[in-house]
Design a protein around this ligand. Structure first.
Ligand code: MV4
Length: 450
């Protein structure tokens, strides 16, 4: 096992990784920008290195500074967390070229899944159902028409370098196709420096269900069930749950089996998430994330498996040490993402935390680097805490979540807690029949005072 891990991230996830390392007797190195010098993960780590100014481009994305910090402190592995460099194949290979272990998949697997056209072709070949589409890039009007005709309208134009929804445009008829194609390409080119796009059948009201997988470097692969991440606004998830209230046992077993087999054949190592759309009883692969995800604690709650510990173990070459049959799924878990934002306008609301009290009790977990007096910097993502609640049933989980949200005190900044309280009190959420468009209409209804 590693002796010292450098944590190439900040905030709650840096703390989360530190905690797993501590429990395994591994020393930790925190890196931080100047504005994060007083962050909790820096205080708790065994060592820390300031790697640059507030702008992420010059600190948390600064590869030479991070490699230098690892070399100076003698770290034998780097954990990238999520966001920042976590899905940067070039970073992963540079880390390994320096004789340091990258806690994640091999660079070639990161690269393959980073290109959405390659990812989709790979999964299709390995037997995972994909959304009907162009099966390759579409660059001219003629090809677009031919493919859209074949797929059937409405079609969705997506960026190959995309993910997260940027560079997506719907065309509902041939009359909309040329302008949608031009807009998607322009947006993709601007956002990713690559204007390659492809076409898919547009799914109207799907759920977003993702399968968590875990693989060692000896060919063992297991799934840890699904998370329903349909509650999103502008491609930002706000609440995730497991199991999905919209999935039956038969469909779950079928898709999880398919995904595990595909990942085994792919030769993947580490944790991974296979993102699917689910509509009318059918699954469609959209993307694979090759990192630890924000919402991983939902899976930890229902399986009792520490995903960061497993990441460290498989990155060090250890075997999983258990089979699929050994994994038990217990009860229901929900995560609320608490952002320092105006809960009505979603405008970022950084500032000084005047008061902080985390909720507790049975089945309640709060992952956060907050403390009273901490200043939430304006330079990064507005996620400041995650509240994860577990119960024996979805109803027990919801009752407990309501109680835990009421108990939470975060003073001095606006947070999205009131939004969560409204969501979990709404019959449309309680009945579990929501899809990816539910939250946007809920927010609009609230704004119009309906
Ligand atoms: C789709 C889709 C409908 N049909 N693909 C959005 C982000 C990207 N990762 C995939 N996305 C979508 N792909 C087809 N063929 C709708 C979305 C989508 C979405 C997906 C998951 C969660 C929230 C979403 C919000 C808007 C659109």
């Amino acid at each position: 096992m590693f002796e010292k891990v450098l944590i190439a991230n900040r905030g709650e996830i840096a703390l989360r990784i530190h905690r797993a390392c501590r429990e395994m007797g591994i020393k930790t190195v925190a890196i931080h920008s100047t504005v994060d010098a007083d962050a909790m993960h820096v205080r708790l780590a065994d060592e820390s290195v300031c790697i640059g100014p507030p702008a992420a481009q010059h600190s948390y994305l600064n590869i030479p500074a991070i490699i230098s910090a690892a070399e100076i402190t003698g770290a034998d592995a780097i954990h990238p967390g999520y966001g920042f460099l976590s899905e940067n194949a070039r970073f992963a290979s540079i880390v390994e070229e320096h004789g340091i272990a990258f806690i994640g998949p091999k660079p070639e697997h990161i690269r393959a899944m980073g290109d959405k056209v390659v990812a989709k072709a790979t999964m299709k070949k390995l037997g995972v159902p994909v959304t009907p589409g162009s099966d390759g890039p579409v660059s001219d009007s003629f090809t677009a028409r031919r493919e859209a005709e074949r797929i059937g309208y409405p079609v969705l134009i997506k960026a190959a370098a995309g993910g997260g929804g940027r560079g997506m445009r719907v065309a509902r008829a041939v009359s909309e196709l040329d302008s949608a194609l031009a807009q998607a390409r322009a947006e993709a080119g601007g956002a990713f420096g690559d204007d390659t796009v492809y076409l898919e059948k547009y799914l109207d009201r799907p759920r977003h269900i993702e399968i968590q997988i875990l693989a060692d470097s000896h060919g063992a692969v297991v799934h840890l069930g699904e998370r329903d991440c349909s509650l999103q606004r502008r491609h930002q998830k706000i609440l995730e749950e497991s199991p999905s209230p919209g999935l039956n046992a038969g469909d779950r077993a079928k898709i999880c089996g398919r995904v595990v087999e595909a990942i085994r054949q792919f030769g993947y190592r580490g944790v991974g998430t296979v993102e699917m759309l689910y509509q009318d009883g059918q699954f469609y692969f959209i993307e694979m994330n090759t990192r630890l995800q924000v919402e991983h604690p939902v899976t930890e709650a229902v399986t009792g498996i520490d995903l960061v510990r497993e990441q460290l173990r498989v990155a060090a070459g250890e075997t999983l040490g258990y089979r699929q049959e050994d994994i038990a799924f217990q009860g229901h878990a929900i995560e609320c993402r608490v952002n320092a934002e105006n809960p009505e306008t979603f405008a970022p609301a950084p500032g000084r935390i005047a008061e902080f009290h985390a909720p507790g009790g049975l089945g309640v977990r709060m992952d956060s680097g907050l403390y009273s007096g901490y200043r939430v910097p304006p330079n990064y993502d507005s996620l400041i805490a995650k509240l994860i609640v577990h119960g024996r049933t979805r109803n027990e989980c919801l009752m407990r979540l309501k109680r835990a949200l009421e108990e939470t005190v975060i003073g001095g900044v606006l947070t999205t807690i009131p939004l969560h309280q409204a969501v979990i009190a709404d019959p449309g959420f309680i009945d579990g029949a929501y899809d990816i468009r539910w939250l946007e209409s809920f927010v609009a209804r609230r704004r119009d005072g309906g």
